[in-house]
Ligand binder design. Structure first.
Ligand code: PGA
Length: 252
């Protein structure tokens, strides 16, 4: 049994003051949905305050990125241990990092290993672009991202990670994938690759989320799919009532 999982990716939104107000508005309702693993991922500057607000509530805190080195001369970067001070999770390999900051599969693999070393759970994002989708390259791209992103992990490490399948063409566009379409990608390309790499038990244990224009109106379409265990929510995670309803829809 995989516990449903919903994370809010706030991206580059909210000052610490605004983040505080947003958490306070959503928290009472979110706390009542204990059957779902709930994670908020604010920008770095709000991690300290958000994690303090979430302590003891049953909700987790996640970062949206981090560097792979433990420390050193990397101006502007944040290390795994710094993230670990405030977080249990870290989003890695998000398509915006891949596209705007040239993150490669090999680099994301380094970050995943660095996260696991400090016992942070990676929320590992994969997904094909519109161009790749239209060229029928979804299988090839998604399988490559899983293989290279998770290369060298032990079965034990692989079992604990969370994967988010986020077709790039669905992110922030209002054009979500279909539930059945996303389910097929998760089953045929993601879980099958996990099985090939780590065995059936791991493939069955890993939580796989859908991400890309998830709203309170379409969330159930994804959550009722057998291979989809929750959602990584961008825009809608900034709207309190909307996000609460998405989390509630994830209860099995
Ligand atoms: P969206 O973003 O829900 O705004 O499409 C999802 C994501 O980028 O994780």
């Amino acid at each position: 049994m995989r516990k449903p999982f919903v994370a809010g990716n706030w991206k580059m939104n909210k000052t610490a003051e605004e983040a505080t107000a947003l958490v306070k508005e959503m928290l009472p309702e979110l706390q009542s949905v204990a059957a779902v693993e709930r994670v908020l991922c604010p920008p770095f500057t709000s991690l300290m305050i958000v994690s303090a607000l979430l302590t003891g509530t049953g909700l987790g805190t996640g970062a949206q990125n981090m560097h792979w080195e433990a420390q050193g001369a990397f101006t502007g970067e944040v290390s795994p241990r710094m993230v670990k001070e405030f977080c249990q999770y870290v989003i890695l390999g998000h398509s915006e990092r891949r596209t705007y900051f040239a993150e490669t599969d090999a680099l994301i693999n380094k970050k995943i290993k660095a996260a696991l070393e400090v016992a942070l759970t990676p929320i590992f994002c994969i997904g094909e672009t519109l161009e790749e989708n239209q060229a029928s390259r979804t299988a090839e791209v998604v399988i490559r991202q899983v293989k290279e992103g998770l290369a060298g992990l032990t079965q034990e490490q692989a079992k604990g990670i969370v994967i988010a399948y986020e077709p790039v063409w669905a992110i922030g566009t209002g054009l979500a994938a279909s539930g059945t379409g996303a389910n097929a990608v998760v089953k045929d390309y993601i879980r099958s690759t996990l099985e090939e790499m780590f065995g059936r038990q791991v493939a069955d244990a890993v939580r796989v989320l859908y991400g890309g224009s998830v709203t309170a109106a379409n969330a159930s379409e994804f959550f009722e799919q057998p291979e989809i265990d929750g959602a990584l929510v961008g825009g809608a995670s900034l709207k309190p009532a909307e996000f609460v309803n998405i989390v509630k829809a994830a209860v099995r």
